[in-house]
Design a protein around this ligand. Structure first.
Ligand SMILES: *Cc1c(COP(=O)(O)O)cnc(C)c1O
Length: 408
């Protein structure tokens, strides 16, 4: 936590709310798979006077004077992103993942073009063609999904669908798919049918850096990632691409979609990339995956059903159907006891998105707090006991254990 000297005096009302949120994050088990705990160094960079600077354009080509230091800061972020992921080109300006995905589509395609992407209830993101998202309104999405029996992607089916619909772009990388994404196979299929290969590695970028998951960067034309989630940076995004697409991508991010970049957040991204180059960070990413395996095994040993029967990544999805509750009921019960997760659709869900059948759990934030295999076993048992038997007595017991674990 970073001390605040002015905010408590200038705006005590707001400061008090931040204090409460700090306490919630400290006293709870943060298991929302897309959340993480950014380092104090990342938070410090995000809270600097860089927020004062207007810097439309790119390093060396700004529309405003006085950008000599901003240029160096943004260039540092670009160079580090390229080095970290082995990319030919990096755009570090996208404010968030959703806009960055749109920028990629518009850079490569015309409105109405066909994009092949993952079914949203099987793990795809809203920006992968949901009708309420601009992506779904402006492009023609066709979706592949997982198989009903394995709840995993069958790449032969994806290939067959790609040959049939001849998309202009094939998108892989997901938001709630617990298994490894076969990126090189996706790229192969895209090449075969003459489509652009795009990956959205938002959830797993940290695991990619840690060597726990295959990188899409060598095989894909364009790769988007948020810098939050496993990567553990500020709430933002970047786009990596091959040199041949650099101009199109840059032009679509600015001036296509955004104005002045958030240079304080770009600085925080640069810090995150530096941290990500250390051995300690790689060990952290490996531990995230180990923790997820142990947590998944514990939940299954306690009789819970996990979508696809386990995990290869940082996340897993409990199917609450056999427990006789909905995912929302389950997630609300967990939250009451200080265990934060989100309710989630499961493949072939018969329930509605606002009250679906699944609970998604992730290990990035717990691992950032230094928790390892023994803690995962305790937490797995805790979650299973509570979901199977959500009585007041069990809730009190759970709250006590959560308090004990987070105060260490
Ligand atoms: C989180 C996520 C996004 C969107 O990121 P925002 O920064 O929330 O807009 C896009 N794609 C995937 C796969 C994600 O998991």
């Amino acid at each position: 936590m970073i001390p605040r000297h002015h905010l408590p005096i200038v705006d005590p009302e707001l400061d008090a709310l931040i204090v409460q949120e700090e306490k919630r994050q400290h006293d709870g088990l943060l298991m929302i798979a897309s959340e993480n705990l950014a380092s104090d160094a990342v938070l410090e960079a995000a809270g600097t006077v860089l927020t004062n600077k207007y810097a439309e354009g790119y390093p060396g080509k700004r529309y405003y004077t006085g950008a000599q230091y901003i240029d160096q800061i943004e260039q540092l972020a670009i160079d580090r992103a390229k080095k970290l992921f082995g990319a030919e080109h990096a755009n570090v300006q996208p404010n968030a993942g959703s806009g960055a995905n749109l920028a990629c589509y518009f850079a490569l395609l015309e409105p109405g073009d066909t994009i092949l992407a993952m079914n949203l209830s099987h793990g795809g993101h809203l920006t992968h063609g949901h009708p309420v998202s601009l992506s779904g309104k402006l492009f023609h999405f066709v979706h592949y999904g997982v198989e009903q029996d394995t709840e995993m992607i069958n790449m032969d089916n994806v290939a067959a669908l790609a040959r049939e619909v001849k998309p202009k772009l094939i998108l892989s990388g997901f938001t709630s798919y617990p298994r490894a994404v076969p990126f090189s196979r996706f790229a192969e299929i895209a090449r075969e049918v003459g489509a652009y290969a795009m990956a959205d590695m938002s959830h797993i970028a940290g695991l990619v850096v840690g060597g726990v998951h295959e990188s899409p960067v060598p095989t894909h034309d364009v790769v988007m990632t948020t810098t939050t989630k496993t990567l553990r940076g500020p709430r933002s995004a970047i786009i990596l691409c091959k040199e041949q697409f650099a101009k199109q991508i840059d032009k679509m991010v600015f001036p296509g979609m955004q104005g002045g970049p958030l240079e304080h957040i770009i600085a925080a991204k640069a810090v995150c990339f530096k941290e990500a180059m250390t051995d300690e960070y790689k060990k952290y990413q490996q531990q995230i995956a180990i923790n997820a395996k142990v947590l998944a095994e514990t939940l299954m040993a306690e009789g819970l059903r996990l979508v696809s029967g386990g995990t290869d990544t940082h996340l897993m999805i409990i199917d609450c159907t056999p427990l006789g509750i909905s995912g929302k009921q389950g997630a609300d019960t967990l939250a009451e006891c200080g265990i934060y997760a989100n309710f989630n659709m499961i493949p072939f869900d018969t329930r509605k998105p606002a009250d679906p059948s699944g609970i998604r759990l992730g290990t990035p934030a717990l691992t950032a707090r230094g928790m390892k295999e023994p803690e995962m076993k305790v937490i797995g048992k805790l979650i299973a006991d509570l979901l199977k038997n959500p009585t007041d007595e069990q809730k009190e017991k759970t709250k006590g254990t959560v308090r004990e674990m987070t105060s260490k």
